[in-house]
Design a binder for this molecule. Structure first.
Ligand SMILES: Nc1nc2c(ncn2[C@@H]2O[C@H](COP(=O)(O)OP(=O)(O)OP(=O)(O)O)[C@@H](O)[C@H]2O)c(=O)[nH]1
Length: 297
């Protein structure tokens, strides 16, 4: 695996910016129609000659020992498409393990010739934040809302996204979809732009009629073009590399710490003292590091 990754990384550094793949992250509340959307959008892209990989990040799979949702049945048409590859969420360790193997899988998929890599978050929690740190474009998928509220979405997610996609913009839901689009547009109007010259668009699509998919892809490609020509895409990827290095290092150091003779028990004891207010968290940390260093001598 490591050798494969090394080869893949070397191949990627040989490629010019134009041959970089498009990494798209997608997140959205349950019921937004994510699977249906990815299936139809993926088919649209393979129909245009692209090779599409779909990777799911489901932190709950780490505790249940596998993807709770049978990914094969979630996207039946895309699964059998020779130009597409769907990988369910890996069940390796906790969120850190799941995200690390997803990061590696992105690079492998690109080396295997997939020019569009979609990373989907399944379930809720920290995964959206991790996924936003892996991709070139982070999209939020929502369904038409009844009221004018932002569907109880965590505010942070809206702030992180580069594009909002209002799915189910069809039939009886069309008027509500238009209202939702207007609500998001007005709430995003005053948001601080994350990227130079890019205002977060709110696009309506239907995964049933496939309306809006072409325009969505055109918007994604113009975003990519802007990010590439302005140098922001490469800058974003470089920053992400550093973020991941730090995240992997933190995890590795913590594992090392916990596996060093009795430190897990010392930490558990210290947690009790901190909870009881006997020691401050800062002092507890200093004591733990000191103890750890003594053990290493
Ligand atoms: N009318 C309409 N219904 C849709 C559309 N997309 C999805 N649906 C329906 O919405 C429901 C939920 O869709 P799913 O694709 O399972 O999406 P989800 O609930 O976000 O679940 P996950 O993708 O598994 O996270 C299903 O009954 C779909 O048929 C659409 O564009 N229009």
């Amino acid at each position: 695996m490591d050798l494969l990754l090394k080869d893949a990384a070397e191949n990627l550094t040989c490629l010019g910016p134009d041959s970089l793949s498009m990494r798209i992250g997608l997140s959205g509340p349950p019921g937004a129609g994510k699977s249906t959307f990815i299936e139809k959008f993926g088919k649209h892209l393979t129909g245009c000659g692209h090779r599409v990989a779909v990777l799911a990040v489901d932190p709950s799979s780490a505790t249940t020992g596998g993807s709770i949702l049978g990914d094969k049945t979630r996207m039946p048409e895309l699964t059998v498409d020779p130009s597409a590859y769907i990988r369910p969420s890996p069940a390796r360790g906790h969120l850190g393990g799941v995200t690390r193997s997803t990061n590696e899988a992105i690079v492998l998929c690109e080396a295997a010739g997939y020019d569009v890599v979609i990373v989907e978050t399944v379930g809720v929690g920290q995964s959206e934040i991790s996924v936003a740190d892996m991709v070139d474009l982070f999209g939020l998928i929502i369904a038409p809302a009844g009221g004018d509220e932002l569907q109880g979405l965590k505010k942070g997610i809206v702030e992180m996204c580069d594009m909002v996609i209002v799915n189910k913009s069809d039939g009886d839901l069309l008027p509500a979809a238009m209202r939702t689009q207007a609500d998001y547009l007005s709430s995003l109007k005053y948001a601080r732009p994350r990227w130079r010259d890019w205002r977060v668009p709110v696009l309506r699509v239907s995964s049933v009629t496939c309306e809006g998919l072409e325009k969505l892809w055109a918007t994604m490609t113009s975003y990519r073009k802007l990010m590439l020509t302005s140098g922001q895409l490469l800058q974003r990827r470089r920053e992400q590399q550093r973020t991941w290095l730090h995240s992997h290092l933190q995890e590795a150091v913590m594992t090392e710490f916990m596996n060093t003779g009795g430190m897990a028990a010392v930490l558990a004891d210290m947690e009790k003292k901190v909870s009881a207010g006997i020691v401050t968290p800062g002092n507890a940390c200093d004591e733990l590091v000191l103890k750890y260093k003594q053990l290493l001598k």
